[in-house]
Design a protein around this ligand. Structure first.
Ligand code: UGA
Length: 431
């Protein structure tokens, strides 16, 4: 099929590249000329394993192109995918200004029937607004709108798209359903065909549920600490029950990223506006933030409560491994708390240093974990990068001043840490 994707952020770029790789003819549009120039040279604009290879391959095979011109790019497209950002308003609700601008522009340049699909995460009811914005511009030219939210994760976005467990197709007509079925046919995935509002709701419900799982296990972890139980074994036991599932039961310092924090807030706001106040999700958020503070408490406890003048090596800044994304990363909350308490922080992340330093330019940085931990009074793990899991603990011990390791991601084995002579504290496990 001929597909035009508008917006080359995470969702748009990965979707466009994957659509082209499974055989569709794709043009990706963005109003940022620098981004377009880079992408035309097959250089990835985001850090995502496997992306650059697929860019190179599909550009070379003429399956994929990039343009700044929306009008020319949608001309021959059968499907136009809207994948622009929906930043948060001050009250947490999703701001639709970019969606509106794109919808209106599509309407202005519509010359023949197309299915216009919203892939961005948008509040329930947005599909109907998009329809209105297009209609007011294009008059009698026929079109359908649809909702096809995205469930990919950063860091494994290509794999998640190529092996999607399901796709939800929110449509109003049989014709639009057929177009979207054809678009997804090569993925050989489970298709759920429904109305637009239900598809829009599915995305928020899925993300809010995953966030709830994380906060739930974090609360269990906090109770485990009080009662001398081990949350990793509790989670393992729970996870074998298929009604619960093993995924997203990793206790730690709470979720971050561009999705869960923003989507849970928008979900709460959607409830307020619709006249139903959600009760569980606001608590999920509260637990999530408190989890950051609990880690700082653990670091303080290691020093009998005073962090003044202590040299803390922070390993990991990105909100999770395999990404350079710093949006709502726990590090952004935790590092300022440490500095406020008088600690001196030296931070290192394998890929997120540049982005992190734009947000926290005041933080002292290191080029490697070895440099960060040199003469540290304590080492703190905030992201579970593979590089940190593979740290030689004897080497680490020989470099630090005090063998204190506070692990926000349960990377190390508490028994081994004790045997090696570390003061080791983690989340929901015996000290
Ligand atoms: C999340 C969802 O997993 C995707 O399905 C969804 O499409 C995406 O949001 C989105 O809405 O665009 P993502 O934010 O990329 O994906 O990252 P996740 O892998 O879900 O991790 C989110 C956060 O939860 C991370 O900070 C991670 O460290 C944390 N987490 C995850 C835990 O603390 N414990 C776990 O067991 C799992």
């Amino acid at each position: 099929m001929k597909v035009c994707v508008v917006g080359t952020g995470y969702v748009g770029l990965v979707s466009g590249v994957c659509f082209s790789d499974i055989g569709h003819q794709v043009v990706c549009v963005d109003n940022d000329q620098l981004k377009i120039d880079k992408l035309r040279r097959a250089e990835a604009t985001i850090y995502e394993p496997g992306l650059e290879e697929l860019l190179q391959k599909n550009i070379k095979q003429n399956q994929l192109s990039f343009s700044k011109e929306l009008s020319a790019s949608i001309k021959d497209a059968e499907i136009v995918v809207i994948a622009v950002g929906t930043p948060a308003n001050e009250d947490g609700s999703a701001n639709l200004k970019y969606i509106e601008a794109v919808a209106k522009e599509i309407g202005q340049h519509l010359t023949s029937y197309k299915v216009i699909v919203t892939k961005s995460t948008v509040p329930v009811g947005t599909g109907q607004k998009v329809k209105g914005w297009i209609k007011e511009q294009c008059g009698e030219i026929p079109f359908d709108v649809a909702s096809n939210p995205e469930f990919l994760r950063e860091g494994s976005a290509i794999h998640d798209t190529m092996h999607m467990e399901r796709a939800v197709l929110g449509v109003e007509t049989e014709k639009a359903a057929q177009y979207l079925k054809n678009l997804h046919a090569p993925f050989n995935t489970h298709l759920i065909v429904t109305d637009i509002e239900t598809a829009e709701m599915s995305k928020y419900a899925a993300n809010a549920f995953l966030a709830t799982k994380i906060s739930f296990i974090n609360e269990v972890a906090n109770l485990c600490e009080k009662l001398d139980a081990d949350v990793t074994k509790v989670a393992e036991t729970m996870g074998f029950d298929p009604r619960i599932g093993a995924a997203f039961l990793g206790a730690g310092i709470g979720y971050g990223g561009s999705c869960f924090p923003k989507d849970t807030q928008a979900f709460i706001q959607m409830g307020i506006e619709a006249g139903y106040n959600l009760k569980i999700v606001p608590e999920v958020e509260k637990v999530n933030f408190e989890q950051r503070k609990r880690l700082v408490d653990k670091i303080e406890l290691a020093f009998s409560d005073s962090l003044k003048g202590k040299h803390i090596a922070v390993l990991g800044l990105a909100f999770k491994p395999n990404t350079d994304d710093m949006r709502a990363a726990p590090a952004i909350d935790i590092i300022p708390m440490l500095l406020e308490k008088g600690a001196k922080v030296k931070a290192y992340d394998p890929v997120a240093m540049d982005r992190a330093m734009k947000i926290m330019p005041y933080v002292d940085t290191a080029e490697s974990w070895q440099e960060a931990v040199k003469e540290a009074n304590a080492v703190v793990i905030l992201t579970d990068w593979k590089e940190f899991k593979e740290i030689d603990l004897d080497v680490l011990k020989s470099k630090v001043t005090d063998p204190i390791l506070i692990d926000g991601r349960n990377v190390f084995d508490p028994v081994e840490m004790r045997e090696k002579g570390f003061y080791y504290d983690s989340v929901g496990r015996k000290k």
